[in-house]
Design a binder for this molecule. Structure first.
Ligand code: FPP
Length: 252
């Protein structure tokens, strides 16, 4: 488990203070690709390409910090409303990304997971999902989850339906339904809830991301557009997180 044991080792001297209390699970809403491109007089898809390159960098940075779980919102159930050409481009990105990154991800011991309704994705995207999960399934390092065609409310609904099916099949009962037992049917299970959720581009909302899992997450917003996100931005978010007092509704 290379990344895990290398926790914080590669931090530049000036950033070594970060080693204490690294969030176990960071989730990111990668927003602002379109605006980044438009401001440069480029087509929106150029922003998504630049955004994809930042995915590579943030995985490396989190692995080197010793973050155990990284969850990235890559495509929401609402993103289908975009122009066809943009959706097609976004659907091609996983294929390209994992073709070039798979060796490094395996070398780092990263386990890649996907959440969201993959059955609705084009065949080539689905094949990438299946293949990437298979190639990294036995890795025991950082878990990187891509939310693809993901919606938090749909996920909760699916968990309830699944639970009801189990009740009907006599596998469990409604009396045994608790927050903990339902959470086992969420697509993120067994990952812990995110400690820190970052959203770029100045928007301050969760947009149907990890609806159930985010109730006690620390939220951090930045004006930085996703293609401009750097390690410095990540360190800034983590420092802010480290200064916060998490009481989970209690007194300390
Ligand atoms: C939101 O920006 C971003 C997206 C809808 C796509 C995010 C996808 C990536 C960063 C690449 C994913 C990479 C892989 C490997 C799957 P926006 O287009 O809504 O920006 P805007 O608000 O400025 O228009």
């Amino acid at each position: 488990m290379k990344g895990w044991f290398g926790r914080g080792k590669k931090l530049p001297a000036g950033d070594s203070d970060l080693r204490e209390n690294i969030p176990n699970h960071i989730a990111i809403i990668m927003d602002g690709n379109g605006r980044w491109a438009t401001r440069r007089g480029m087509p929106r898809i150029a922003g998504h390409r630049a955004g994809m390159n930042k995915v590579r960098e943030v995985i490396r940075a989190c692995d080197e910090l010793g973050v155990r779980y990284l969850t990235l919102y890559a495509f929401s159930t609402e993103n289908w409303k975009r122009p066809r050409a943009e959706v097609d481009y976004l659907m091609r990105l996983p294929e390209e990304f994992f073709r070039t990154e798979i060796n490094e991800l395996v070398e780092r011991g990263v386990q890649v997971r996907f959440i969201g309704d993959v059955t609705q994705l084009p065949t080539y995207t689905r094949e990438t999902v299946t293949q990437t999960q298979r190639l990294t399934a036995d890795n025991s390092g950082m878990v990187v989850t891509f939310a693809l065609n993901y919606g938090g409310r749909a996920e909760v609904l699916q968990a309830i339906r699944h639970y009801a099916g189990q009740v009907e099949a006599g596998m469990t009962t409604w009396e045994e339904l608790t927050e903990e037992s339902l959470a086992r049917y969420l697509s993120t299970f067994p990952a812990p809830d995110p400690d820190l959720i970052i959203r770029t581009s100045g928007e301050q909302r969760l947009s149907n991301f990890l609806v159930w899992q985010s109730v006690y997450s620390e939220l951090w917003f930045t004006e930085v557009l996703w293609p401009d996100f750097t390690n410095t931005t990540l360190y800034e978010a983590i420092r802010d997180y480290q200064r916060r007092k998490r009481r989970f509704g209690g007194l300390k």
